[in-house]
Design a protein around this ligand. Structure first.
Ligand SMILES: Cc1cc2nc3c(=O)[nH]c(=O)nc-3n(C[C@H](O)[C@H](O)[C@H](O)COP(=O)(O)O)c2cc1C
Length: 224
């Protein structure tokens, strides 16, 4: 099953175009394999509240590592209400073979809509090993190796570290369309061609990764 998330506040968005390119190709290559779509901007998941932290504490104190047992933590009405939000989100991730995330870079990092989803679904020592994560991103500037802004990319670094470090996911792939601000910012107009090249290459890469029949990648980073 492909779980497809989008997080851009814009409807006409580059990260949405890229995630759609991947999803269309994946669905054509895996007919009948299942597809779930969630728009985290249009239909935001709430921030975690105190009862959620009680679920989390229960899981930690009782050394529960089996996701199927998390529900045992829902022992009060408030915790049951918190669990009712978590459960469908978690079920989708657990059922997924591939988790596809279309996300903008906001303020050197990820949108709060995506962070709210991560906070809801993440529990201590939770493993999602065996799944693939694919992130299709768009950003106003350029953050590739050797660029002055490379150290400020806390979007890819955070997501890669979190998916690998916390979820034990080995297969994490990034595809970025860069320099989107060259379309708007007169100071960057001279970089429009580089942006167009980046976008075209990212769309092509997203589509070819999606149509790959085996595991979509070996955890590559593709910065177009
Ligand atoms: C709230 C906000 C914050 C942004 N912060 C950054 C940033 O830190 N670095 C950057 O390169 N671009 C930044 N941008 C530009 C976006 O990354 C760019 O517009 C990108 O295309 C957004 O993705 P989307 O087209 O999928 O909406 C920001 C845009 C917005 C709206």
């Amino acid at each position: 099953m492909l779980l497809h998330l989008d997080a851009s506040a814009r409807r006409s968005s580059f990260s949405r175009r890229l995630s759609k390119a991947y999803a269309d190709a994946w669905r054509a290559a895996h007919p009948g394999a299942g597809y779930v779509y969630r728009d985290l901007a249009a239909d935001p998941v709430p921030h975690i509240g105190e009862a959620w932290t009680e679920l989390c504490d229960h899981v930690l104190e009782n050394e529960i590592t089996d996701i199927a047992r998390y529900e045992e933590a829902a022992t009060t009405p408030a915790r049951r209400a918190a669990w009712a939000i978590v459960k469908p989100l978690l079920d989708e991730v657990v059922a997924a073979d591939v988790v596809l995330i279309g996300t903008p870079m906001y303020n050197f990092s990820i949108p709060s809509s995506l962070k709210a989803w991560i906070d809801q679904i993440t529990f201590p020592k939770m493993s999602l090993k065996g799944r693939s994560f694919v992130v299709t991103g768009a950003r106003g500037g350029a953050y590739g190796p050797g660029t002055p802004r490379e150290p400020y990319d806390h979007e890819e670094r955070y997501l890669r570290d979190f998916f690998k470090g916390h979820f034990a996911v080995e297969d994490v792939t990034f595809v970025h369309a860069e320099l989107v601000n060259a379309r708007l910012d007169p100071a960057l107009f001279h970089l429009r061609d580089r942006h167009e090249e980046s976008l075209a290459a990212a769309l092509e890469t997203a589509s070819s990764l999606g149509s790959a029949l085996a595991s979509p990648s070996s955890g590559a980073e593709i910065r177009s």
